[in-house]
Ligand binder design. Structure first.
Ligand SMILES: [Zn+2]
Length: 412
C-alpha cells in the first residue's frame, strides 16, 4: 500500500484510529493527553474523571485536498477543591469552546480570505459561508485594538460612498506607522464633524502623542475635526487632492474648447485634434517628444488651453520642488496673482478653494508628508467593495480591510 505517516500537528492529542468516511473525509479519532481541566468555578486544576461530554467532530486542516475531521470525546472532570465538586468539561487550546473548527483551520481560512471573498473561500474549501462568517467574527475584531497599535506617525481621514447613487458615506480612518506599514483604524458610519471629532478625541493619549501628521482632503467636516483635536500645525491637505481640483478645472476648459473647435474646424482637422486631447490629462513628464509636438498643434488652435495647461504644470512644479513652507506659500501666492491677472477664468473656483485651505496645503512642505497612502488605502477599499459586493456594514468593512492590510502580518 502507498501510505505515508505524518505526525499530527497538535501535540496535546493522541491518535486512536483513523478512517475514511463514506463521503471520503478523513476522520481521525483522538484523545487528549491532558489529565486535568481548570475548574470553571475556582480555576484550579480539576483532576477527577467524571464521565464524558458528547462527542465532538472538529474540522481540521485538509490533507491532500481532502477534508479532515478530528473526532474527540471530551472528558469531564470534577473539582476536589470546591465544596460542591462542580464538573468541568475539558477545553482545548487548539479549538475554541463550541467551535466546529480548529484554530489551525481558522487561521488558514483567514489567510484564504485575504483579498478574497467569503463566497469564494466557501466554494474552494467546501465550508459554508455561515461558518466562515462565524470564524471571521471570532478571529477579527470589528474595531481597532489600541493595545496593538504602536508608532502611528500619520493619520489619514477620507470618505467613501458605500451605496451607488445614494448620499451615503462612511469615513475611513487609516494610519501609517514609523515602519511604513498601513493600518486600518476605524470605519465610521457617516462623515459629519461631530462624529469625526469624537472619534479623534477617543484616541488614547499614548497613541495621540506620537501622531505628527493628519492628512485629509478639503472637506470641512474633516478639516475642522482635525484642527480641533490635533491643531493647525498637524493638518496636511494632501497635494493629490489639490491637483485633482486644478486638473478638473483644466479638463472642463478642455471640454469647452473641444466643442468650440468642433464647430469651427473642418472635419479632418478636428479629428486629428480630438485624438490628442488625452495628452492634456497625462503627467507632462510622461509625454514623449511626439506627444509634445502634437500638443503644440493643439496649443495653436486653442491659446486659452495652452495658457491654462501651462499654469497647471507650473503649480505641479511648485509641489514637485523641494521648498520650505514659507517659500512654497510665496510661490503659491505668486501663482494665484499671475492667474488672476490673466484672462483665464477656469481656475477661479479652484483659486478660492486654494486660498481657503492654503495654510494646510502648505504644511505639506514641512515634512513633505504625502497622504498618498490614504489614496492607496481608498483604492484597496474600492477593490474590497467590488469583491465583497454589498459591503455596507461598517464592522464588515473594517474586518475585511483589516485582513487585506494586516492579514499576512497576523496569519503568517
Ligand atoms: Zn473548583
Amino acid at each position: 500500500m502507498n501510505e505515508i505517516t505524518i505526525p499530527l500537528d497538535i501535540k496535546s492529542l493522541k491518535i486512536i484510529a483513523q478512517t475514511i468516511d463514506k463521503n471520503g473525509n478523513i476522520i481521525i479519532d483522538v484523545e487528549s493527553v491532558n489529565t486535568c481541566s481548570s475548574c470553571h468555578k475556582c480555576g484550579k486544576p480539576a483532576t477527577k474523571h467524571n464521565g464524558t461530554a458528547p462527542m465532538r467532530l472538529i474540522r481540521h486542516l485538509p490533507i491532500f485536498d481532502t477534508p479532515v475531521y478530528l473526532r474527540i470525546t471530551p472528558v469531564r472532570y470534577s473539582c476536589e477543591d470546591c465544596d460542591d465538586h462542580p464538573t468541568t468539561t475539558e477545553q482545548y487550546d487548539w479549538c475554541d469552546r463550541n467551535a466546529t473548527t480548529t484554530k489551525g483551520l481558522e487561521e488558514y481560512l483567514m489567510r484564504c480570505l485575504i483579498h478574497s471573498t467569503i463566497e469564494d473561500v466557501s466554494k474552494k474549501e467546501k465550508i459554508s459561508c455561515q461558518i466562515i462568517q462565524t470564524i471571521l467574527d471570532r478571529q477579527i475584531k470589528v474595531e481597532v485594538d489600541w493595545e496593538k497599535v504602536h508608532g502611528i506617525e500619520t493619520l489619514g481621514i477620507d470618505e467613501i460612498a458605500i451605496k451607488k447613487g445614494y448620499r451615503s458615506y462612511v469615513t475611513v480612518v487609516s494610519a501609517k506607522t514609523q515602519e511604513g506599514s498601513l493600518k486600518i483604524i476605524a470605519i465610521l458610519n457617516g462623515r459629519d464633524n461631530e462624529l469625526i471629532k469624537s472619534f479623534l478625541e477617543s484616541i488614547p493619549l499614548h497613541v495621540k502623542k506620537k501622531i505628527k501628521t493628519v492628512c485629509t482632503d478639503m472637506f470641512d467636516s474633516f478639516v475642522n475635526a482635525a484642527i480641533d483635536v490635533f491643531g493647525v500645525q498637524t493638518l496636511v491637505i494632501d497635494r493629490y487632492h489639490v491637483s485633482q481640483l486644478y486638473r478638473k478645472a483644466l479638463d472642463k476648459l478642455r471640454i469647452k474648447e473641444t466643442s468650440r473647435l468642433k464647430g469651427e474646424l473642418d472635419e479632418n482637422d478636428y479629428a486629428e485634434l480630438e485624438g490628442m486631447m488625452w495628452i492634456l490629462r497625462r503627467d507632462h513628464e510622461c509625454l514623449s517628444k511626439a506627444d509634445k509636438e502634437k500638443l503644440e498643434l493643439l496649443y495653436q488652435y486653442s491659446p486659452l488651453l495652452k495658457k491654462a495647461h501651462r499654469y497647471a504644470l507650473k503649480l505641479t512644479h511648485i509641489f514637485n520642488t523641494h521648498s520650505h513652507r514659507k517659500s512654497a506659500m510665496a510661490k503659491m501666492n505668486r501663482w494665484i496673482k499671475s492667474v488672476e491677472k490673466s484672462e483665464l477664468a477656469c481656475f477661479n473656483k479652484f483659486i478660492s478653494t486654494l486660498k481657503k485651505y492654503q495654510p494646510y496645503i502648505a504644511n505639506y512642505f514641512k515634512a513633505r508628508k504625502n497622504s498618498g497612502f490614504v489614496e492607496g488605502l481608498n483604492n484597496k477599499i474600492k477593490v474590497a467593495k467590488r469583491r465583497c459586493y454589498g459591503l455596507v456594514k461598517v464592522t464588515t468593512i473594517f474586518q475585511r480591510l483589516f485582513l487585506d492590510l494586516q492579514g499576512y502580518e497576523c496569519y503568517a
